[in-house]
Design a protein around this ligand. Structure first.
Ligand code: COA
Length: 702
């Protein structure tokens, strides 16, 4: 655990620089909140004139305090911040929470940089600026201007929005979702989300990390820390629409980045993405209180057929379709329900079931080896008392002695149900007012387990690559002043990274083209090679299926003529003569550099699938073979690769190999490749491989 970050988040002593005597001021609120929350450490208000605030002795300057100070909360106006940070550094303060606004979020990057520079000079770390502060139940510390500590619990919230943090703080009491910590990180001038994930992963009071993110500073670091984190992480990413992204930019100065890339990155590093605030609370409740779900066997126990059906639908919708319970388990459960009940799954103990039915069924089923997770549903009835049912559920789980698998509960009913639900949550059982929410929570616990299993240990570095060769080709193109590679050069770069490309020769004369075509074997394809003509087909500078020498000669003339018609002063290297790959299923592989996450890989089927249906999927590079297989099943048209309408399956293994190698290429050459694609890539029948037919690489600006 980083001792400096620990000093900011768990200080033994705090100075409030800009503490005020006026109750309407933020500098007053922070001191008041520290007192009200029962903070046990020393508090030193720093105010130019006051002698004492709320019983704490005041000092005009932090350097006048004769004691050691761990952290300082800064509440003076922006222009004074560099001065007080300097003084805090000279005093030996370890870290700062800077509440003050008026930095990069309003465009003043210089002031923000200056503050960070001064802090680093003294080895201090900063949370903020532009924050609410830090709240921690386990430290009885409300070092913020939010009114009170959140409902006590096991989650930790890291929020880029201060106002949202205050709102969520209050909502923890109505939503009954408990948090130990709430940390406002604002502009992330110094400490960023990744640092807090690393810290909270080691924090003994945190079981689940909840993030509200508008934009990350460094996507790669975020992914690295999230991958290392052994606790579940749930993120609500705001700014996914174009207008939302613009709003985020003016709110915390964040670059919102592409929503699709965020989605991919979250999945790749094991972060669950919340759809909205409700989802964020609901998921946090389950992730903070329950263990992960280690297998796919979900058992539902209900007293109502209707909610049972709704839950069954939800299970399928969220990717965990129900299976019938094994016969032996069913036989035992049948003993505790009327003859018209059902023990299959959902287990319907029927509307007449009382607490004994619930108790006996849960006590037997919950620890059963077949069951990986359980949802208990209850509809309020005239013959049962919700509180008694709640206690029966709790007791059955407690007495089963098994706490290794998740359980969620849904109560549907009125006020009596509300009270019983609260009681269950207080006893660490996530309880929801709708069956689909209980199921969704369980499926998230399952997905978290799967993501944590796959998100870890996925370094990918193929060995059959020759980066030096690729860089040589790129350097030669740059030396000619080019900002894009010709197809021939791009293919040679691809080849250096182990990608199968069609045999391609560059002919600088008609005679050379004739000889090369004969060597390659007919039929051949001929294409202009010019840095000025990237869209070769549009220029009429591509001829396919050339069958003989005369064809080569004719193509040479037409391609040259058309190219010069297209751009009279085009710089022309020659004409590429290529083997003609037989046609099969066409796919596209491409890359762009994302502002937040760096090189990303795009994959989809060619033609209308990509152009009309936009049926593509993204990943942050590099990806391994398993992820490359996942990408192929993520697209809507996945069945075409798997062998649709009687066709044989395509060579998905070879394609996965291409995707993984391609992703490594764009990752490794990130400083050189701004954008690239292999379009089309032809995928043959299983076992017959893949061939890249065309290649394009746009270089980064240097
Ligand atoms: N050392 C110590 N105290 C100093 C000081 C110094 N060098 N310079 C000024 N102060 C004192 C002031 O005298 C004042 O105390 P007083 O009220 O007893 O006179 C106190 O610091 C605050 O300064 P003031 O000039 O009154 O500022 P303010 O309280 O109106 O505003 C901020 C200060 C930080 C609250 C304001 O600039 C700000 O950024 N507000 C937005 C914060 C926010 O919303 N953050 C979260 C976004 S989600």
């Amino acid at each position: 655990m980083d001792p400096i970050i620990n000093a900011v988040l768990k200080p033994k002593s705090i100075a409030v620089i800009g503490a005020s005597t006026k109750p309407e001021k933020i500098g007053y609120k922070v001191v008041e909140n520290l007192k009200k929350s029962g903070y046990q450490g020393a508090v030193y208000p720093i105010n130019l004139e006051a002698d004492e605030i709320m019983g704490y002795k005041c000092y005009p300057n932090i350097k006048d305090v004769p004691y050691v100070i761990d952290a300082a909360v800064v509440t003076v106006p922006a222009k004074i911040v560099p001065k007080v940070v300097q003084e805090a550094g000279e005093k030996g303060v370890k870290g700062l929470s800077i509440i003050t606004s008026g930095f990069s979020e309003v465009g003043d990057h210089a002031l923000e940089d200056e503050v960070v520079r001064i802090a680093h000079e003294f080895g201090m770390r900063i949370i903020g600026p532009n924050i609410i502060g830090v709240l921690s139940n386990s430290d009885q510390m409300n070092a913020s201007f939010a009114n009170f500590l959140p409902l006590n619990g096991k989650a930790a919230l890291v929020s880029q929005s201060g106002a949202l943090l205050i709102a969520m703080d209050a909502a923890t009491y109505t939503r009954r979702v408990g948090f130990d910590k709430m940390i406002s990180i604002g502009n992330q001038a110094d400490l960023e989300v990744a640092d807090l994930i690393a810290y909270l992963n080691e924090d003994e009071n945190t079981t689940c990390i909840t993030l509200y993110i508008e934009g990350l500073k460094n996507g790669a670091r975020f992914m690295e820390e999230a991958r290392k984190c052994t606790k579940p992480i749930i993120a609500l990413k705001a700014g996914t629409s174009a207008h939302g992204a613009a709003a985020a930019a003016s709110h915390t100065g964040s670059l919102a980045g592409s929503a699709k890339v965020y989605e991919a990155a979250f999945e790749q590093c094991g972060v669950s993405q919340a759809q909205d605030l409700n989802d964020m609370f609901d998921t946090t409740l389950a992730l903070s209180l329950q263990p992960m779900m280690k297998g796919d066997n979900l058992l539902i126990i209900t007293n109502g057929g209707g909610v049972g059906v709704l839950a069954t639908d939800a299970a399928e919708k969220y990717g965990l379709p129900l299976k019938f319970a094994p016969e032996e388990l069913q036989a035992e459960l049948r003993k505790h329900m009327p003859s018209f009940g059902s023990a299959k799954n959902p287990v319907d103990i029927t509307g007449g079931a009382g607490l004994e039915g619930y108790y006996e069924c849960i006590k037997y089923a919950y620890p059963h080896t077949w069951v990986d997770g359980m949802a208990v549903l209850y509809c309020e009835t005239a013959v049962t008392d919700p509180q008694e049912i709640a206690e029966a559920i709790y007791n059955a789980i407690q007495e089963s002695g098994d706490f290794s698998k998740p359980v969620t509960v849904s109560f549907v009913g009125g006020d009596r149900c509300e009270a019983a639900m609260r009681w269950l949550i207080e006893h660490d059982i996530p309880t929801y007012n709708a069956p689909d929410l209980a199921i969704k929570a369980l499926t998230t616990l399952r997905k978290q387990e799967q993501m944590l299993q796959t998100a870890h240990n996925r370094p990918y570095k193929p060995t059959d690559v020759d980066p030096a060769k690729a860089r040589e080709i790129i350097a030669a193109a740059r030396a000619k002043g080019r900002d894009a590679l010709t197809e021939v050069d791009a293919k040679n770069v691809f080849r250096a990274y182990g990608l199968p490309v069609t045999a391609t020769e560059l002919a600088t004369s008609e005679e050379e083209a004739v000889r090369m075509a004969a060597e390659l074997g007919f039929p051949v394809v001929m294409k202009i090679v010019s840095p000025d003509i990237l869209h070769k087909s549009d220029a009429g500078a591509v001829k396919v299926n050339i069958k003989d020498e005369q064809g080569v000669r004719d193509a040479w003339k037409v391609i040259m003529e058309n190219s010069l018609k297209y751009k009279a002063d085009a710089e022309i290297d020659g004409i590429a003569v290529q083997e003609m790959a037989p046609w099969a299923t066409e796919v596209i592989v491409g890359s762009v550099n994302d502002a937040t996450f760096g090189p990303t890989l795009m994959f989809g089927l060619g033609g209308i699938f990509v152009e009309v249906m936009k049926d593509v999927t993204f990943k942050v590079a590099p990806i391994d073979i398993a992820t490359a297989m996942d990408m192929q099943s993520e697209i809507k048209s996945a069945k075409i690769l798997q062998g649709a309408r009687g066709e044989l399956p395509r060579d998905q293994k070879a394609l996965a190999n291409v995707l993984a190698h391609y992703s490594y290429m764009v990752y490794d050459l990130n400083d050189e490749i701004a954008e690239s694609d292999a379009n089309p890539v032809i995928v043959y029948e299983d076992g017959k491989g893949v061939m890249v037919v065309d290649a394009r690489i746009i270089l980064t600006k240097k």
